[in-house]
Design a protein around this ligand. Sequence first.
Ligand code: NAD
Length: 348
Amino acid sequence: MQDMEHEQVVFCQDPASGLQAIIAIHNTTLGPALGGTRLWPYKTHGEAVVDALRLSRGMTYKAAISGLNLGGGKAVIIADPANKSEMLWRRYGKFVDSLGGKYITAEDVNTSARDMEFIALETKSVTGVPEYMGGSGDPSPFTAYGVFVGMKAAAKKRWGNDNLEGKTVLVQGVGHVGQYLVGHLVEAGATVKVSDIKDANLQKVKADFPAVTIVDNDTIFDQDMDIYAPCALGATVNEESLSKLKASIIAGAANNQLADENVQGPKLIEKGILYVPDFLINAGGLINVAAELETYNVDRVKGNVEKIYDRTLEIFALSEREQLHTQQAAMRIAQQRIDDIGKVHSRM
Ligand code: NAD
């Protein structure tokens, strides 16, 4: 908590439902801490705490760079995904409610809109509830749209215009976000290559967009491509992949794409690869769930997601001006906003 400057970490336990949860509130300078609840069979409590601390800090910067009036938080539940129950969610909802609105939850890994529906029976501090309950439904289309917009901004910087026609884009992971991203890219006239470890997901994308080429997941970094779009898991930008990667741009949805930002950040600049910071480009889903806190309006959400374009260009400009790598530049802008608005809030 001291190292990462967290405000509050709450441990929740309820033997009757089997609930063991950790809610980490990193920073509420800009507003209540919004972040999903991840359900995972962590082997130790220590592992779970570290994940909650790390993820909640990431949410602070994601909300700040996206211009949202929200802070950063995240919760983890230590459980087997097979053991989810109404009782567990409602007990968890009561714990979330006990924080008095300081933490607002949403979906994350192994949690669904249906689970949020149970939580919503016990607290108002929940977003990502189903559309039939007045919620915004699946955030993935907005995440994908944000990635597309950020990718176009990177193209503008690299090639002088943001037309993706004829550019080769490799999308790694065609799950919820990846499949929508492929749709935007095909429509924009890009040549799209896809890889995944689940054959069913590859076949679905191929059926929807016959022009895509499926490539072997083990050979992705040997492929020719202009843009690499990691949409599966984190840390795929590492020493090994960078030694082979032929792309000019990296722009994808995955969280924590750089294995170590202090190593790969400068290395990307050295290799002339333009990297769009993950916590900016994948914020479309957060922007969408945040809109549920006001009267939900899909056009407003789309407009806010489109701001990722200018923000991406702003980051590239700062990176060049101050000789920072792009992840550093994005962090600088996010922290500056937290500091500035913190001063606004401290005045009468
Ligand atoms: P998902 O689980 O629906 O899709 C991930 C896809 O990647 C799956 O098809 C899976 O089979 C594939 N995959 C897993 N391991 C792989 C590997 N080693 N190589 C290739 N493919 C692999 O997840 P999603 O919701 O589409 O999210 C994708 C990424 O974007 C995740 O890292 C997620 O944290 C991040 N993200 C998602 C959202 C959102 O709105 N869903 C928002 C922000 C960030």
